[in-house]
Ligand binder design. Structure first.
Ligand SMILES: Cc1cc2nc3c(=O)[nH]c(=O)nc-3n(C[C@H](O)[C@H](O)[C@H](O)COP(=O)(O)OP(=O)(O)OC[C@H]3O[C@@H](n4cnc5c(N)ncnc54)[C@H](O)[C@@H]3O)c2cc1C
Length: 378
C-alpha cells in the first residue's frame, strides 16, 4: 500500500481537474492528481473532439468575465504547450425573440458591451445560404466564438502540469475522502494519500466523493452525432460557423466539419437520467439520431444523413443548471467545482485558476456568488 503526502491533491483529471492541476503546478506547489482512467479518456464528460466556446452567454451574464479569462488562458496554454486548442469560427444563434436563447444572449452582450450582429431570418439566409432559418426567428452572429479541441485541451493541461513538477496517478479509483486533524486523507484502490488541501473535480461522480452534493447532481446521457457534409459549405475551411438553435423540438448545436467525420451535431436539451456513470449505456439510440436528423433537415438542409461516427457523453446537472464552485461545508480544506450542467468545458481553463486561488487562499477577481452551493439551502 502506498501512502504519500502532497501539499495539494486534485481528484479527477478531466476538464476541470487537469486545469486545476496545471494552475497549482505552475505556482511551484507540491501537487498530484488522481484519476481512474487515462488522461483525455472517453468515459466522463470531456471527450468527443470539440466544445463550443461563446462569449455572450445566454445562461447568465455572470459567466462572461470567466469566459473572457478562459479565452486568454486557452491562448496561453496552447502557446505554452505548442499546439492549437481554439479555432475561431464565429457562432450563429437563432431562436424566438421571446425565448431563452436570444434574450439571454442580448442581455449578456448589453451588460458587458459585447459586439454582436442581430439579423432577421431573411438577412441571415442570404449571408449563410447553407442554413435555413425559421421566419419568425431572430438570428445573432458573434464573431468571437468557435470551438476548442477538448481532448487536446485536457492533455495539454496535464502535460504542462507535469512539466511544472506535478505528479499524475491515473491507475486508481478514489474510494473516499476523510477529514482528519492532521490532513485530508484520500483512500484509493491502490493506497492512501494525504494533503493539506484537496480540489475535487470528479464530474459525474461528484456526489460519490462529496456526499453533500449527492442530492444536487443529476447525470444525463448525451449522444453526439457526425454526418458527412459538403466541405465547400459546411466545413471550417469554407467559413461555416458553429451554431446553436432554440427550436420547438429543443435546443440543438453543432460544429462545422473539421476532420474526416464531417459535421457534428447534438441536442443540448433532453437526455435520459443515468443511475451509474460507470455503466453508461453507449449504444446508439435510433430515435435520438432521428431527432438530430429532423433538426438538420429543417435548418442545415445540405447535410447528408450518412452517419460517420457516434459517441456518448454525460452532463452533470445542478438543480438550476448553474455551476457549483465552493468549499465543502464540512471541511474548508476541500474545494470543488461540480454540476457544470453540460456547458462547463469552455470555462475549465479559468475554473482551474479559480480553484487554485481558492486552494491557496488567494483572492479571486471574479464574482462567484451565483455558484455558491449555499444558494440551495433555503
Ligand atoms: C456531449 C457533450 C457536449 C458538451 N458540449 C459542451 C460545449 O460545447 N461547450 C462547453 O463549454 N461544455 C460542453 N459540455 C460540458 C463540458 O464538457 C463539461 O461540463 C466538462 O467537460 C466537465 O468537466 P469535469 O472536469 O467536471 O468532468 P470530467 O471531464 O468528466 O472529469 C471528471 C474526472 O474525474 C474522474 N473521476 C471521477 N470519480 C473518480 C473516482 N472515484 N476515482 C478516480 N477518478 C474519478 C473521472 O474519471 C474523470 O476523468 C458538453 C458535455 C457533453 C457531455
Amino acid at each position: 500500500m502506498i501512502k504519500q503526502h502532497f501539499d495539494y491533491l486534485v481528484l479527477g483529471l478531466g476538464g476541470v481537474g487537469s486545469a486545476a492541476l496545471y494552475q497549482l503546478a505552475r505556482r511551484g506547489l507540491h501537487v498530484a492528481g488522481i484519476d481512474r482512467f487515462p488522461i483525455a479518456h472517453d468515459r466522463g464528460s470531456s471527450h468527443g473532439h470539440t466544445r463550443l466556446i461563446r462569449q455572450s452567454y445566454f445562461e447568465h451574464p455572470s459567466y462572461v468575465p470567466l469566459v473572457q479569462r478562459s479565452f486568454e488562458l486557452w491562448k496561453q496554454v496552447g502557446a505554452d504547450h505548442g499546439r492549437d486548442l481554439y479555432y475561431e469560427t464565429g457562432i450563429l444563434e437563432a431562436g424566438p425573440v421571446d425565448g431563452e436563447l436570444v434574450p439571454g444572449v442580448l442581455a449578456s452582450a448589453a451588460e458587458h458591451g459585447l459586439e454582436l450582429e442581430q439579423l432577421t431570418a431573411d438577412e441571415a439566409s442570404q449571408r449563410w445560404p447553407q442554413f435555413s432559418f425559421q421566419d419568425d426567428h431572430t438570428v445573432i452572429y458573434e464573431q468571437r466564438a468557435g470551438f476548442l479541441l477538448v481532448e487536446q485541451c485536457v492533455s495539454a493541461h496535464v502535460e504542462l502540469a507535469q512539466w511544472n513538477g506535478a505528479e499524475v496517478f491515473c491507475d486508481q479509483s478514489i474510494d473516499r475522502i476523510e477529514s482528519k486533524d492532521d490532513a485530508v486523507h484520500v483512500l484509493t484502490s491502490r493506497g492512501e494519500f494525504t494533503a493539506d488541501r484537496v480540489v475535487v473535480a470528479s464530474g459525474a461522480w461528484a456526489g460519490e466523493l462529496l456526499p453533500e452534493l449527492s442530492d444536487k447532481i443529476v447525470v444525463l446521457r448525451k449522444p453526439l452525432h457526425w454526418f458527412e457534409a459538403d466541405v465547400n459549405r459546411y466545413s471550417r475551411k469554407s467559413g461555416c460557423p458553429c451554431f446553436l438553435f432554440e427550436t420547438e423540438a429543443g435546443c440543438f448545436y453543432g460544429f462545422p466539419s473539421s476532420d474526416w467525420r464531417g459535421l457534428k451535431v447534438a441536442q443540448h436539451t433532453g437526455g435520459a437520467e443515468v443511475d451509474d456513470p460507470l455503466l453508461l449505456d453507449r449504444d446508439l439510440d435510433v430515435q435520438e439520431r432521428e431527432q438530430v436528423l429532423e433538426f438538420l433537415s429543417c435548418h442545415l438542409p445540405g447535410v447528408t444523413d450518412r452517419a460517420t461516427d457516434y459517441g456518448v457523453c454525460m452532463y452533470a446537472m445542478s438543480p438550476d443548471s448553474h455551476f457549483m464552485i465552493d468549499t465543502s461545508k464540512d471541511d474548508s480544506r476541500i474545494i470543488y467545482a461540480a454540476g457544470l450542467s453540460g456547458h462547463g468545458f469552455k470555462f475549465t481553463a479559468a475554473l482551474g485558476e479559480v480553484l487554485a486561488d481558492m486552494a491557496t487562499g488567494t483572492d479571486s477577481s471574479f464574482d462567484l456568488a451565483l455558484f455558491k452551493r449555499s444558494r440551495f439551502d433555503t
